[in-house]
Design a protein around this ligand. Structure first.
Ligand code: DSN
Length: 430
């Protein structure tokens, strides 16, 4: 029998042809996404634009490697470089946040929070967290999430007059419920969190305090938001929002003993093998966030969010809490007479990508909602400064006020012109 070349079992170009050649259908969809990112204004608060270096790490050959466990204690061989990658990510995150212990393996923020639950709670235990509809997060004990199905979750909201957390009300709830875990932070709360006050409340009942800083972690790094590390027992964050990295989660703590419990909870508690290309890209993210330019970027994110909030408030929109201390601007549209869902669709037609969001006291279901959430992180990465964000807020206000095809079309054209002046990923096809 004739000997076949070893690689004849592979299709032509397996190791050297690109995606466009091998899978044009998928390449077209990915190219479409690049075109969408280039030609619209991204205002979704949980999004950003990663660096080319992050993209390279994410698409590197480490994607092939399987490891379980932690650097130096793996269940698989051949882990020398996997260990180097993970150690870099850990050491950089420790230095960035001033944390004694970091776990960089969580696949997402929700996985990070689930691991914290696994580390400190048993099914049926009580937790206290912010209500999802008031700005909390699905993984903080929402009834439709495993965190709420397996734990007894009790929620605090915000003061109906100010839209802000009422710490006295939180303390009352915590003393009444006597939870094992208290969570602060969320996904649509625009104001700074007083971590010291939350720790004081948690200490009154001996609860663990978890701070979820996913939406403003970059501001924490830059010293523009209170730092949770000195106060919270455990801090979680995602890397892809305000840290400007690829998708993933991280757990930080100032206590090495808690760190050991967290490590066991992540693996083997709630995850198996490590997504090493994501860990490599997290290392890039932490390295980039330690650069002096990052602090300037973060300051600009805050200035830009505040500019949007200011203009929208001046135009008569109900900006929840009247402003922001984070990249998030939450707008209650009930006085405008349009639902969050319809506003999202209208703005998308005009070239702005936003997400509908419930607002405090909302009576609409979350898939309709009465508000929109805007964020400044992605636009700031693109190079938009305060002038551009003032322009954006004015145009968003125009579209929501007019609600006409003519204004939507005129705005779409103007958005394209602005976007053309701020190119992203030059030379890339997807
Ligand atoms: N937590 C979701 C959000 O805030 O949009 C996804 O990251």
């Amino acid at each position: 029998m004739a000997e076949r070349p070893a690689r004849s079992v592979l299709h032509a170009g397996y190791f050297d042809a690109g995606l466009t050649e091998i899978d044009p259908e998928l390449a077209a969809a990915l190219g479409g996404e690049l075109g969408r990112l280039q030609d619209q204004i991204e205002l979704i608060a949980s999004e950003n634009l990663v660096s080319r270096a992050s993209l390279e790490a994410m698409g590197s050959v480490i994607v092939n490697k399987t490891v379980e466990g932690y650097p130096g204690k793996r269940y698989y061989g051949g882990a020398e470089f996997a260990d180097a990658v993970e150690r870099l990510a850990i050491e950089r995150a420790k230095s960035l946040f001033g944390a004694a212990h970091v776990n960089v393996q969580p696949h997402s923020g929700s996985q990070a929070n689930l691991a914290v639950f696994a580390a400190f709670l048993e099914p049926g235990d009580r937790i206290v967290s912010m209500d999802l509809s008031m700005g909390g997060h699905l993984s903080h004990g929402s009834a439709v999430n495993i965190s709420g199905r397996w734990m007894q979750a009790h929620h605090y909201g915000v003061d109906p007059d100010t839209g802000r957390i009422d710490l006295d009300a939180v303390a009352d709830l915590v003393r009444r419920v006597r939870p094992k875990l208290v969570i602060c932070g969320g996904s649509a709360y625009p104001r700074a969190i007083d971590f010291a006050a939350f720790r004081d409340v948690a200490d009154q009942v001996g609860a663990v305090l978890l701070a979820d800083i996913a939406h403003f972690a970059g501001l924490v790094v830059a010293g523009l938001h209170p730092d949770p590390l000195p106060h919270a027992h455990v801090t979680t964050t995602t890397t892809y929002k305000n840290l400007r990295g690829v998708r993933g989660g991280v757990i930080l703590t100032g206590d090495p003993e808690l760190g050991r419990r967290i490590d066991s909870a992540v693996f083997p508690g709630v995850q198996g093998s490590v997504i090493l290309n994501a860990v490599a890209a997290k290392a890039v993210c932490f390295g980039e966030a330690a650069r002096p330019e990052f602090a300037a970027w973060a300051a600009s994110v805050l200035t830009n969010a505040r500019a949007m909030a200011r203009v929208l408030a001046e135009r008569g929109f109900d900006v929840v809490t009247g402003g922001t201390d984070t990249p998030i601007v939450l707008v209650d549209l009930r006085s405008v007479g349009i639902s969050g869902r319809d506003a999202q669709a209208l703005l998308e037609g005009a070239g702005f990508t936003v997400n509908k969001n419930t607002v405090p006291g909302d009576t609409r279901p979350p898939w309709v909602a009465s508000g929109i959430r805007l964020g400044s992180s992605a636009g700031t990465t693109r190079g938009f400064g305060e002038d551009e964000f003032v322009w954006i807020a004015e145009r968003v206000a125009d579209v929501l006020e007019a609600q006409t095809e003519r204004v939507v079309d005129e705005t779409r054209q103007a958005v394209s012109e602005l976007c053309a002046r701020f190119p992203i990923y030059p030379g890339r096809r997807f």
